[in-house]
Design a protein around this ligand. Sequence first.
Ligand code: IMP
Ligand code: MG
Length: 178
Amino acid sequence: MHKDVEYVLYSEKDIENIVNRLAKQIEKDYNGREFVVVGLLKGCFVFMTDLVRKINLDFAIDFMVASSYGSSTKSSGDVTISKDMSVPIEGKDILIVEDIIDTGNTLEFIANYLKAKKAKSVRICTLFDKPQHRVNSLVPEYIGTTIPDEFIVGYGLDYDEKYRNLPYIGVLKPSVYS
Ligand code: IMP
Ligand code: MG
């Protein structure tokens, strides 16, 4: 285990089971549809690669870069898009893939943005959800698991751009951010 990690919240096997379950749900719901899976970078990059390889359908893949965080562990509420989608959106069913939803600021902004660009539908798949911090009514259609009010890292999630490469989900030692 990494020296900054206090304990492992989800092991590689735990995550694999969650991802398989989500992929099966998506496969069932999106069968026969023309859809685009859009990952929100950077946090989605590990989850997205595992998820799309489990979805046995034809679909386009794209990425966006949006952020509402600096190096702090609290959301700022300001969302900026620094990389937009590159495949056509209009008339398509869009499935946004996110690592974790906290306040919901980022996702609400992106979902509205894609709807304004005339997406046929916009749904959200998040690996982790922290509903207790939500500042809006956003409810993702696909949720890997809800988690307690703790800052987690690994499997794509960072603290100050570190720990994204950990294969498990860990909770950091308080000493790391104090
Ligand atoms: P929101 O706009 O507050 O929902 O912020 C969501 C984004 O905040 C996620 O995509 C992550 O980048 C980041 N985030 C929120 N909670 C955590 C956490 O526990 N660990 C790592 N990143 C987090
Ligand atoms: Mg993120």
